[in-house]
Design a protein around this ligand. Structure first.
Ligand SMILES: Cc1cc2nc3c(=O)[nH]c(=O)nc-3n(C[C@H](O)[C@H](O)[C@H](O)COP(=O)(O)O)c2cc1C
Ligand code: SF4
Ligand code: SF4
Length: 293
């Protein structure tokens, strides 16, 4: 049985999960969504064909649902070969509404998710009040639960079982109707407003012009001009926060037009301990991702 996993990962959490499954399932192919989307642009939007019967998707939760990049990718994926489909969302801890969105896209090809899993991991969004750099004890506690969950995921996948995780998590308020409105607002902001804001990211005076942000940017939105990053308006942003979290001097900030200030200064940054700059570069350029670098 050849298993294909298509993954997207801004700071390595989802990549770590995908790699752990690659270590457990012989012959598993790890395919980066960012590279496929970039290739698709170069090939004038040709559809992406999957070749395996067992296919999985691993990605982070963004704005309570799937990332924009994953949505775009799923819409262009030809799943004729598939017989068993699964999805794994890594998240910081909120409610997750993305599996039904995936099913809606898959239903158009007469398919649906056979299994869906949620994994709680460290938060990689420094603009949030709740963001802190996890201590080694906190990372160990996360890792322990991750390993337990991986046993379940592995068993379920190799036996082609049906399984659907409970997707509830931290919500905004005690009132269902208010939650519904706020949740829609968050998803709308992350998917439609933030990627189009003119000055969402900027580099402050700590920028040394090293070019790392351009190298890791998963959508190729960043280009270095006069030793400073430029977020090009005509290129989509995936809101992966790879640039923000991998800048070696923490010079990249998020500017809130609404509050007219930055929420990311003095906040520290989070990349997964096993995911480096090289992993991000491979993710956007190579067709397959090796076991480890
Ligand atoms: C733009 C953005 C939005 C996010 N939204 C949520 C969210 O709604 N709920 C949640 O639990 N975590 C959220 N997170 C945190 C990530 O889902 C979580 O840290 C994930 O494990 C990161 O995986 P990655 O390193 O593979 O990108 C968000 C992160 C980013 C960058
Ligand atoms: S990674 Fe940071 S320091 Fe390097 S060019 Fe980009 S913003 Fe400047
Ligand atoms: S600009 Fe930053 S957040 Fe947007 S796609 Fe590039 S690396 Fe990701």
């Amino acid at each position: 049985m050849v298993v294909e996993i298509y993954y997207f990962s801004g700071t390595g959490n989802s990549l770590y999960i995908a790699r752990e499954l690659q270590n457990r399932i012989p012959g598993l192919r790890l395919i980066p969504i960012a590279a496929l989307l970039n290739k698709r642009l170069n090939e004038r939007n040709k559809n992406i064909e999957s070749t395996s019967e067992t296919i999985g998707f691993v990605f982070p939760c963004h704005g309570l649902t799937i990332p924009i990049s994953v949505k775009k990718f799923l819409k262009s994926l030809d799943l004729t070969s598939s017989k068993y489909l699964f999805a794994i969302a890594t998240r910081g801890g909120s409610i997750f509404r993305g599996f039904s969105t995936i099913d809606k896209i898959l239903n158009k090809q007469g398919k649906n998710l056979d299994a869906s899993f949620i994994i709680n991991m460290a938060l990689n969004d420094p603009k949030l009040k709740s963001f802190t750099i996890p201590t080694s004890e906190e990372l160990d506690a996360i890792e322990k639960k991750v390993q337990e969950k991986l046993i379940l995921i592995h068993e379920t996948i190799i036996n082609h079982e049906t399984y659907h995780d409970n997707t509830s998590g931290v919500t905004f308020s005690r009132f269902n109707s208010l939650n519904y409105i706020l949740e829609r607002l968050v998803t709308f902001t992350v998917h439609h407003v933030a990627p189009k804001v003119k000055k969402y990211f900027y580099a402050d005076s700590k920028c040394t012009g090293c070019g790392t942000c351009e190298k890791v940017c998963l959508s190729q939105k960043i280009t270095i001009v006069n030793d400073k990053p430029l977020w090009q308006r005509n290129v989509d942003c995936y809101l992966c926060y790879t640039c923000l979290n991998y800048c070696p001097t923490h010079a990249i900030q998020i500017y809130s037009k609404f509050y007219m200030k930055s929420f990311t200064k003095e906040k520290g940054r989070y990349p997964h301990p096993y995911a480096g700059v090289k992993d991000m570069i491979i993710q956007k350029s190579n067709e397959y991702t090796p076991r480890s670098l």
